[in-house]
Each structure stands twice: as C-alpha cells, then as structure tokens.
Design a protein around this ligand. Structure first.
Ligand code: SF4
Length: 212
C-alpha cells in the first residue's frame, strides 16, 4: 500500500460514524471543511427533489432496518416517496423476473412500465463493435443493448422513478447518465453468481481465491 493514496478502507477509527474526533490524517471528513459540507446539507434541506430522496431513504432505513428484503424496501420507498409512475429498465435476460416484480407492484398498487435493453433493435455493428466482440462473432445481426433509448422511452412515459433490473456493467452507467427520473438498482447483473456479485467477495479466500 506504500505508493497508494490512503482511503477509508485504511481507516481504523471510522470516526465519521460516531463523530468522536479520532479522524486519521488522510480522512476526507477533515479535508471537506464545514463550509463545503454545509453546501450539501443546505441543498438536501432546500431542493425538494433531493430532500424527498434523502428523507425517504432515511425513513425506510430507520423503520425497516434488517426487516425487509430489497424488493419490499423498494415498494416502501416508492409509496413513502410519493412516486406514481415507475419505470423499469430491464435486461432482456431478466424479463421474467421483471414480470414477477410488476405483478407484485400491481398487488401493492404501484403503477409500472418496463422497457427492455434491446429496444430499437440496432445492430452492434452500427456503433462499431467488431465481430470478434459479438456473441455470435458476426455471423448474423446482433442487437446491442440501448440504455440511452431505454432512458428516453421512460422519459416519454413520464416516469417519476426508475429501476434498473440487471443491466450490464457500463450499460447501467449510460442509463443512469441519461435517466430524467431518479434511479435505483434492484438487480445487479452477475451472469455467473445468480446476480449476487458480492458472493465473489465473500468467497475470495476460497472458491474465488483466483483474485489473489
Ligand atoms: S471518512 Fe474518515 S473517519 Fe470515516 S472511514 Fe473515512 S477516513 Fe475513517
């Protein structure tokens, strides 16, 4: 670690959590003085969109900590945040899970609309993906994922809160960058570990020791 800039993973105190003044000298809490932090706090108190997100997420965390699954927490968040029209940007590989989610939403009175990653049907060649980087190695048409179009479709549907269901790494970035509505992720894609990427970290001393 000698040549690396120290960060929060190198901290032994985690003093930011209790605010007990044992901050290490590389601590970003010390680096960002009260004035700069104050700008953020002011924004969270005055900007209605930010305020709603911050207070609603704190409310769900505070009331249901360790009691609800992420699906249930998402429903609570939607209801308490006052969102009326939920957009879902789904991977085509998770379309069945998205269908199940929407049935659950229906049961809870949550209105939702889903758009699949392959929307638009644009061939990967159209954006310059070389044949050797296609799943079919260029033998025939291969539709690219189009997260920007997913974001545009949901914007046209005037969704006020969007959910990512298993978009690929990077495609989720494009979607988040272009979504008009706030975004949360319900499912993170991991094609090997049943969409549970943290399993590779939990088992990094055993099965996934190849990381070392
Ligand atoms: S913010 Fe500061 S006190 Fe908190 S974990 Fe990071 S280095 Fe430690």
């Amino acid at each position: 670690m000698d040549d690396k800039v120290l960060s929060c993973v190198n901290c032994g105190s985690h003093s930011c959590k209790e605010r007990d003044d044992r901050f290490p000298n590389f601590c970003p809490t010390v680096e960002f003085d009260d004035e700069r932090v104050g700008v953020i706090v002011d924004a969270l108190k005055t900007d209605e969109t930010l305020k709603n997100i911050a207070l609603t997420s704190a409310e769900v965390e505070g009331q249901f900590y360790g009691k609800l699954s992420r699906v249930e927490e998402t429903i609570e968040y939607i209801k308490r945040g006052g969102y009326k029209n939920i957009g879902i940007a789904t991977c085509i590989g998770l379309i069945n899970e998205t269908r199940t989610l929407m049935k659950i939403f229906d049961r809870y009175g949550v209105n939702s609309y889903a758009v699949c990653c392959k929307v638009g049907g644009v061939d990967k060649s159209d954006i310059g993906v070389p044949d050797e980087h296609k799943l079919n190695r260029g033998k025939e048409h291969e539709t690219m994922c189009n997260p920007i179009l997913q974001a545009k479709v949901l914007e046209e549907r005037q969704t006020d809160f969007n959910i990512i269901m298993g978009l690929c790494v990077g495609h989720d970035s494009l979607f988040s960058m272009h979504s008009k509505a706030p975004v949360t992720t319900l499912v993170v894609k991991d094609r090997v570990l049943a969409h549970n990427p943290v399993a590779a970290l939990y088992t990094s001393d055993t099965i996934y020791s190849r990381f070392k």
